[in-house]
Design a protein around this ligand. Structure first.
Ligand code: FES
Ligand SMILES: [Fe+2]
Length: 344
């Protein structure tokens, strides 16, 4: 039984994931706190809000390697900077050292800490560690669509698993009756739906239809015309990237979309950023009901996903498991794709 990952597997994962954008923290929280230390692909990074812009620097001072995120935001000659807590060196948002209080001369431009690409989208701060990368942030068309009511759920605690397992677990549909019985499936009705998988514009697209119990996330509960005693046929259209999945559920009342982007803090720990959108039952008063249901489902998944070993997915042909070629097709396709991209 393989319980742990090898150093080779971990290094390969970190290297392979570097060229993608990863969600790291809430933009609203950053604007308020100005300094947020995070871990991304095993690196200590400090996320900053300087001169009205986001910035990401290696969280290690050039002088004697103290953690910059323990310092304070300051101003030097009119510029916002982060000042190291140990001896006061100051860095701008590009990582360049702009002040060394102990000397009074021009500072060499070579004195700088590594900085990384960063941006804001969907209320989330994103970081890409590779300067030459041309990768894009995954789509969420519902975000700018006024017909949808949106709610965020940015998790405060990390999940003790690898990002790939997290995405795979959200794509998997045969666990619904077992893990989410009464909410997303029922044991009396085992899903043997046909999965349609193909690759479209850098996404793995997976379509299937299944019967689900009556509840908020299958149709509008205030709709008098729908027979609530019956289960509902829901069509799922899923768009998957390496670290993000968008599940669009189409039912009789409209669409309910679940978007998850997961940050690979390390090879065995991740942080989840969820955005749920619905184009029916849009009253803000109902948000809490939707969020509570989502959190219940999330906790049910967490227990089993954190129990999987090894934490980091290994190649499909390692024969560690016994997949079922028909019903497990979406997650098999995902695993093979990740392998082809050189991440595992
Ligand atoms: S360690 Fe940062 S200023 Fe000395
Ligand atoms: Fe689940």
């Amino acid at each position: 039984m393989i319980k742990t990952n090898t150093v080779y597997q971990i290094e390969k994962f970190y290297e392979g994931m570097k060229k993608y954008w990863h969600p790291v923290c809430s933009f609203k929280k950053l604007k308020y706190k100005k300094i947020i230390p995070i871990q991304l692909l095993g690196e200590q990074i400090v996320i900053l809000f300087l001169q009205g812009e986001t910035a990401a620097l290696l969280d290690v001072c050039k002088h004697y390697q103290a953690q910059l995120s323990l310092g304070k935001i300051d101003k030097f000659k009119g510029n916002d900077c982060i000042r190291c807590p140990y001896h006061g060196w100051a860095y701008d948002r590009f990582g360049k050292c702009i002040d060394i209080p102990q000397i009074n001369k021009i500072i060499s431009k070579n004195i700088k800490v590594p900085s990384y690409q960063t941006c804001e989208k969907y209320g989330i701060v994103w970081v890409c560690l590779d300067h030459n990368s041309k990768s894009e942030i995954p789509d969420l068309p519902e975000y700018d669509d006024g017909n949808y009511r949106k709610i965020n759920f940015f998790e405060k605690e990390t999940t003790k698993t690898n990002v790939l397992r997290m995405i795979m677990g959200t794509l998997d549909n045969t666990h619904f009756p077992w893990v989410h019985g009464g909410i997303l499936g029922s044991k009396g009705k085992i899903n043997q739906s046909k999965n349609n998988c193909n690759f479209e514009n850098n996404y793995l697209k997976v379509i299937y239809s299944i019967e689900q119990p009556n509840n908020l996330v299958t149709f509008d509960q205030s709709d008098q015309l729908i027979d609530k005693s019956k289960s509902v046929n829901i069509k799922y259209t899923n768009y998957v990237t390496i670290n993000t999945i968008r599940l669009v559920k189409s039912g009789p009342s409209g669409n309910y979309s679940i978007w998850l982007s997961s940050c690979p803090n390390t090879f065995n720990e991740s942080t989840n950023f969820w955005i749920f959108s619905r184009n029916y039952d849009k009253s803000p008063k109902k948000d809490k009901d939707y969020l509570d249901l989502a959190k219940t489902v999330r906790l049910q998944d967490k227990v089993v996903i954190e129990s999987q070993t090894p934490k980091l997915l290994i190649p499909f042909n390692s024969k560690i498991g016994i997949p079922i070629m028909s019903s497990d097709k979406p997650i098999i396709e995902y695993q093979k794709w990740i392998e082809k991209l050189g991440i595992i």
